[in-house]
Design a protein around this ligand. Sequence first.
Ligand code: NAD
Ligand code: ZN
Length: 362
Amino acid sequence: MAEARVIGVNVPGAAYEVLVRPGLLEDVGRLLRRLSSAKRAVVITDSQVGPLYAEKAAASLREGGFDPIVATFPAGEDNKTIETVCAIYDQILPKAIDRAVPVVALGGGVAGDMAGFVAATILRGVPFVQVPTSLLAMVDASVGGKTGVNHRVGKNLIGAFHQPLAVFIDPQTLRTLPPRELRGGLAECIKHDIIRDAEGFAQLETNIARALALDMEYLSELVAHNVAIKARVVEADPLEKGERAHLNFGHTFAHAIETLSHYAYSHGEAVALGMIAAARTAVHMGMLDSASAERIAALVRAAGLPAGGMSIPTGEVIGALIYDKKVRGGRVRFVLPERLGRVVIRDDVPEDAVRAGVESIR
Ligand SMILES: NC(=O)c1ccc[n+]([C@@H]2O[C@H](COP(=O)([O-])OP(=O)(O)OC[C@H]3O[C@@H](n4cnc5c(N)ncnc54)[C@H](O)[C@@H]3O)[C@@H](O)[C@H]2O)c1
Ligand SMILES: [Zn+2]
């Protein structure tokens, strides 16, 4: 059996490992047994991932000596609500759960965020394990301890920080992930390298076709690399008071684009456009050389993500950014690249630079 790649995450009050290896799903029970002496385990999954992997996860947990209970909720962001959490409580609380019972999230970021919130709240907190199955969940949502649900007033407004006991990543599960979801995860990978790692960016330029072709050796390396970047950012700023905001690179524009398109653009697609708009905004301000901005656009395109052709009027995007600013009070904060691998937070970006950035993705 090949060795798993291991990334340590150290945050106040918690230190845990993220393991990455093709086929790891079959060993989740055995690995969890080293961390838990509980008799039972709860698996929380969605209606799309459950039929594909819940039985495999349950079989592995039985091998590790756990008696697994599987709770399923309907897949999709629309179901990331407190009502769904209540329905999950109804499925698991009658089954004699005690404080030691680990909750295992099996699925994408929606499953991870909701299972994490369930783990944070039942019995005032039980151990939590992540088994992410979407690329976005592997490289982003499963690391950092943020859990929660949406409210009709806005996304992720209800939640808690609850760090996992461990994160087990099996890149083989990406074989069944819809290609559009895979590309969305790649947008976050591109983001990570732009904010922290120029060499990683160059590696991704060379290997992007291997990622799209689901080359397992490369995907394992890519996931481990991205987990390490996210882990370092989160470690430096666990409660999001400063530099963790760098992870929002491309996202200020993306949230406006996502919303104004009525979610015709997926999150990853909007982030792809947003990163290019931010890079070209930085070029307009004389902060970034245009060759770097064009490398970002080219890599986005090579990942099969949109790099232009956005039909939303520039004024509407700017209006949404300003509305966002009014809602939060104060100036619009942008995360802008100074060079590949380095970003800064700026709240003094002139409107003409923002306009130029948005115009450039139309
Ligand atoms: N907690 C955090 O720090 C954090 C960070 C980023 C995003 N998020 C959250 O993550 C969510 C987005 O995550 P996502 O993109 O994974 O969404 P998701 O969980 O909805 O997954 C996307 C779709 O892919 C399906 N899927 C997942 N894995 C699959 C597989 N291996 N095979 C087949 N289908 C599979 C899911 O059932 C779903 O239909 C958002 O709610 C976002 O707020 C959280
Ligand atoms: Zn994102």
